[in-house]
Design a protein around this ligand. Structure first.
Ligand code: PLP
Length: 408
């Protein structure tokens, strides 16, 4: 029942009408990598470039003030989307990767020294591993890793055991981009806070699929990317509690992030600008706000219900294929990402041949090499869903996999 209003939105996404290798319509199942953009987002950005464009925060003239209003209204839209207390807690970045690097670098500089520890997990994206390894190089900190079960869930008993007097921060993904696992982030935060340790949640794969309320989660930082939630590329968000953002140093130096500059001493701007050096991508923030409005108008509950239905259907249909192995937990804890392997067909061959049938899936290690190592594999094929995907597309995927299998 819930699928109808969402499926009708396909017309908002012109790219879904594309013919690829003579196949129509395109079956786009690479949404965990990036989502397609509705007209509303693209048109809002075009409109801004055509009619409003001017640099923000600096001009007294009409266009600059208009552009600034749009930019700051977008920040308020993001605040509401996450239910943050204040717009001071919403920092615009280039995406999840930059948001995590910002926290690792600035939190690291302020609060960590040699021997101090960050807790990450075995299912992290490289961005939430390498950012901390850079701090390992720079400061001598240590990464402690929460192991996962064979079916891709965090071993929470081991998580609890990792805390000690050197633990400074926990940095964990909300939803795995490979396994689709939805992690118990509320428990993760509660346990960390019992040890007075703050938590960064990587929300790259949760923000597009479920309602996120940062106050309810209680997390100290939350990162997400615009392009994974129907918004433009090159824009993302770091939410941070004011009490932490106030205490950590700026990330980059330049215009906008300063109050006064002299060669002797520079003072920094108030939040959130302290973390936003240089001209922001103010057109992309408009696009991001439009994307969030778009998602809100449909309702994240409806999107989640539709995608859960689709994922359950896909898991059931895929298992009908001979030699099918699906990674990750059962459907109750499984979000809209399905990684699979069919017999001994190489994931690259499977992905390439599916592409020839007009079906776009992801192949490879999905920027999670340590997870691949844990699973004892080099890579997987991954199908991931968005609000515009349909059961018919799942059927096309299953049929496509069957055809590819027959070739081997
Ligand atoms: N974290 C997770 C779980 C992801 O899936 C991704 C992207 O796939 C990222 C972080 C990095 O996001 P971005 O490349 O948009 O910065």
């Amino acid at each position: 029942m819930q699928t109808m209003p969402i499926i009708q939105k396909r017309d908002d996404f012109p790219i879904l009408q594309k013919v690829i290798y003579g196949k129509y319509p395109l079956v786009y199942l690479d949404n965990a990598a990036t989502t397609q953009k509705p007209r509303q987002v693209v048109e809002a950005m075009t409109e801004e470039y055509y009619n409003v464009n001017a640099n923000v925060h600096r001009g007294v003239h009409f266009l600059s003030q208009k552009a600034t209003e749009l930019h700051e209204a977008s920040r308020e839209t993001v605040r509401r989307f996450l239910n943050a207390r204040s717009t001071s807690e919403i920092i615009f970045t280039r995406g999840t990767t930059e948001s995590i690097n910002l926290v690792a670098s600035c939190f690291g500089q302020a609060f960590m020294k040699a021997g101090d520890e960050v807790i990450v997990s075995e299912m992290e994206h490289h961005s939430n591993i390498v950012s901390w390894q850079l701090m390992q190089e720079r400061l001598g900190i240590r990464l402690r890793v929460v192991p996962i079960t064979d079916d891709g869930r965090l071993v929470m008993d081991e998580y609890v055991k990792l805390f000690n007097e050197r633990t400074r921060i926990v940095s964990i993904t909300h939803v795995s981009n490979v396994l689709g696992t939805v992690n118990p982030v509320k428990d993760i935060v509660r346990i960390a806070h019992e040890h007075n340790v703050p938590v960064l949640i990587d929300g790259a794969q949760s923000s597009p699929h479920m309602k996120v309320d940062v106050q309810e989660l209680g997390c100290d930082f939350y990162a997400f990317s615009g392009h994974k939630i129907y918004g433009p590329t090159g824009i993302g968000v770091l939410y941070g509690k004011e009490e932490w953002l106030d205490r950590i140093p700026p990330y980059m130096g330049g215009g906008e992030m300063i109050k006064n500059v002299s060669f002797e001493r520079t003072t920094f701007n108030a939040l959130p600008y302290k973390f936003e050096a240089g001209t922001p991508d103010y057109v992309a923030t408009t696009g991001l706000a439009k994307a969030l409005d778009y998602v809100n108008a449909i309702g994240l509950d409806a999107i989640e219900a539709h995608e859960r239905d689709l994922t359950a259907y896909a898991m059931q249909r895929l298992m009908e294929v001979d030699g099918m192995h699906i990674y990750g937990p059962g459907i109750e804890e499984h979000d809209a990402v399905i990684s699979f392997q069919v017999g001994n067909i190489h994931h690259l061959d499977m992905g390439t041949l599916l592409d020839r049938l007009g079906i776009a899936v992801r192949t490879g290690h999905h920027c999670a090499e340590p997870l691949m190592r844990r699973l004892g594999i080099e890579g997987t094929c991954r199908a991931s869903f968005a609000l515009y995907n349909t059961r018919e597309e799942v059927d096309a995927l299953v049929e496509g996999i069957r055809r590819v299998s027959q070739m081997f």
